[in-house]
Design a protein around this ligand. Structure first.
Ligand code: G6P
Ligand code: MG
Length: 220
């Protein structure tokens, strides 16, 4: 099966909003009297807002009503959006623009596959809303990563099969989602963290499209 499409995660792959999510959640945890470490934060990457809150509250040993949880999730999102509102195209991570140029030149399709309900807003701020052939975000799915729904919908909207897709992801849950969906997965981050990825690079700047395409040849 030749590779026909690349499915990109947003937070931590295209832009460094992963750090904004962490800062906003940390602010919320601190306001409740406990802290969360960067290492703890790894398990929140790719996980929906509501699920992230549940994981954080369990970590802090707190059980709260659904009403209070809804308030906390809304407050975290306000803090997060304060950070997002300052974003510009300068926030696009190194290597992204060049990698997209390679994808387009090779005639491959691309889709966004993010659990975030703020994905379109972020793409607008960084001027990349028109760079994807399909955008699947948190408003279009009912299950977050590691469920493969977001990527399977992306493949369907592009009109390609899962085994014709490569997912580019920075989250453990996102790599797992790609694998469950029957797709190849490239991790952006540390090989010791993203152990299930077919290939890991430090950033898109350290990755060429040829590396991704030869990976698919190796696996078939
Ligand atoms: C992405 C991020 C997660 C975030 C989720 C929901 O998957 O990696 O950290 O919790 O989106 O984002 P949202 O913007 O809807 O709160
Ligand atoms: Mg991510």
């Amino acid at each position: 099966m030749p590779i026909k499409a690349l499915l990109f995660d947003l937070d931590g792959v295209i832009v460094d909003t992963a750090i904004f999510h962490y800062q906003a959640w940390r602010r919320m945890a601190n306001s409740l009297g406990f802290d969360i470490s960067e290492e703890f934060n790894e398990q929140l990457k790719g996980v929906s807002r509501a699920e992230s809150l549940d994981i954080i509250l369990a970590h802090g040993g707190l059980t709260l009503s659904d009403e209070t949880k809804a308030e906390l999730a809304a407050r975290k999102n306000e803090w997060y959006l304060e950070l997002v509102s300052q974003m510009t195209p300068a926030n696009i991570l190194p290597g992204v623009t060049d990698f997209f140029a390679q994808v387009k030149a090779a005639g491959l399709k691309s889709a966004l596959g993010s659990v975030s309900k703020n994905a379109r807003l972020i793409l607008e701020r960084i001027g990349m809303l028109d760079d994807f052939d399909a955008i699947i975000d948190g408003t279009k799915i009912s299950r977050g990563k590691p469920d493969p729904e977001v990527f399977l919908k992306g493949a369907a909207e592009l009109g390609v099969q899962p085994d014709e897709c490569v997912v580019i992801e920075d989250a453990v849950a996102g790599i797992e989602a790609a694998k469950r969906g029957g797709m190849l997965a490239v991790g952006i981050g540390e090989p010791t963290v993203l152990t299930r990825a077919d290939l890991v690079a430090g950033s898109l700047a350290a990755l060429t499209l040829n590396q991704v395409l030869s990976l698919s040849a190796m696996n078939r």
